[in-house]
Write a protein of this length. Structure first.
Length: 130
């Protein structure tokens, strides 16, 4: 039996822009090295079998500090705010019926693994790094 690590497009963890305030509080109260509490899965969900081989899904095995997630989130919000779609979203949020806006908010992060992270610009997903 061979064990490998796999990045799957079906498995990700999401951090939305509204988490920025909470992250700032965590960093101030608990320190820069406080680990971000990504959603945990049971051992059976961490693994996927392919015949005799076993794969560990990296989307459930993320290790980031709250400080690093905050930096990524701030960077994603800044970049997406400069796109036409991001500006349109913010205008609708401020002047329109903000509670009725559907879809993913620009600046939302998706963590597929420790090295594969994307953010939503309002039109498409782009890769982001620290």
């Amino acid at each position: 039996m061979k064990i490998t690590r796999v990045v799957s497009s079906e498995v990700w963890q999401t951090v939305r822009p509204d988490m920025a305030k909470v992250l700032k509080l965590w960093v101030d109260a608990k320190g820069e090295n406080y680990p971000y509490p990504f959603q945990e899965r049971s051992a059976g969900q961490l693994l996927r079998t392919f015949g005799k081989d076993v794969a560990i899904l990296e989307g459930y095995n993320l290790k980031f500090t709250a400080q690093s997630v905050l930096k990524l989130l701030e960077k994603a919000i800044l970049i997406s705010g400069d796109t036409p779609e991001g500006m349109e979203y913010q205008i609708k949020k401020v002047f329109g019926p903000g509670d009725k806006i559907k879809g993913t908010e620009p600046g939302t992060l998706r963590f597929y693994s420790n090295r594969h992270i994307c953010f939503w610009t309002g039109k498409n997903w782009r890769r982001i790094t620290l």
